[in-house]
Design a protein around this ligand. Structure first.
Ligand SMILES: Cc1cc2nc3c(=O)[nH]c(=O)nc-3n(C[C@H](O)[C@H](O)[C@H](O)COP(=O)(O)OP(=O)(O)OC[C@H]3O[C@@H](n4cnc5c(N)ncnc54)[C@H](O)[C@@H]3O)c2cc1C
Length: 235
């Protein structure tokens, strides 16, 4: 891991490629500058830590959300296709993704660790229950890996027979890793984290959401604290 890249799952990662602003803490200043135009405040280059923090908490608490859109982030993400499908439901992001029509897809697929398999939840139709892992989970890992390897073997056979990449890829599993760039502003990032850094979100996308929070916190620490306070009901 470098300071701007965090490894996630078995072969994935998330990297903060760029942000506006870039400097640690400067995102908080962008937010209060945007908010204070309401009363035509004079330009201020430096911070006033006390009043800025109070204002940011006030803004978030009272859903005055547009100042939080003045801070933007671009991420590079390596992730399984099933996680990307959940992520891309978030329409407020801008995406550019690896094309399986353009190039052969690398043989890279996600295999969960036995302790992250669990069993199907009885009361949450979408979820799983984590439990002590044992023989069943260890077997499941092997069965999944065999299926993924077999799918990639078929993919390579089809390519060797001249089948076009855009069709050959259709035999690949949802666990196949894809790669995208994604841009979002802080307000909509908080919206994403509300849903995906939450106990109802699937374990795998939560790992990316938690890593993302660690990457953005240094840019706008007070805003992140205000969002966290809001979630705890202290906002
Ligand atoms: C635990 C969980 C389970 C889910 N299960 C399913 C499922 O079974 N099937 C399924 O299809 N999806 C499912 N989803 C996806 C979910 O329905 C949303 O599509 C996804 O979470 C994106 O949320 P969003 O629309 O708030 O995000 P964004 O698209 O980023 O939008 C952010 C906000 O912008 C506003 N907005 C954006 N576009 C519009 C618009 N066109 N009209 C009005 N307001 C808009 C809304 O206020 C919205 O909340 C699930 C999500 C979660 C977290």
């Amino acid at each position: 891991m470098t300071s701007d890249r965090i490894d996630v799952l078995d072969s994935g990662y998330i990297r903060l490629v760029d942000s506006m602003p870039k400097e640690p803490g400067a995102g908080d200043l962008s937010i209060v500058r945007a908010a204070r135009v309401s009363y035509d405040a004079a330009w201020r280059a430096g911070e006033d830590a006390g009043s800025d923090a109070r204002l940011i908490h006030y803004l978030w608490r009272h859903k005055h959300s547009t100042p939080f859109e003045s801070v933007e982030f671009q991420f590079e993400v390596m992730l399984p296709i099933f996680v990307a499908r959940q992520w891309m439901r978030h329409r407020t992001w801008t995406y550019n993704e690896l094309s399986g029509r353009y190039r052969e897809l690398p043989e890279l697929f996600y295999v969960p660790r036995p302790e992250h398999i669990g069993t199907q939840s009885e009361d949450n139709k979408q979820g799983r229950v984590f439990c002590e892992h044992g023989y069943v989970e260890a077997c499941a890992v092997g069965i999944m890996r065999d299926a993924f390897e077999e799918a990639f073997k078929t993919y390579h056979e089809l390519l060797e027979h001249g089948v076009p990449r855009e069709l050959a890829r259709t035999v690949l599993p949802l666990s196949t890793y894809t790669h995208f760039f994604a841009k979002v502003d802080l307000r909509n990032l908080f919206g994403f984290l509300d849903l995906r850094n939450d106990q109802h979100a699937q374990y795998e996308i939560r790992q990316y959401a938690e890593a993302m929070l660690d990457l953005v916190r240094p840019i706008a620490p007070v805003a992140v604290a205000a969002w966290e306070d809001g979630r705890k009901g202290n906002g």
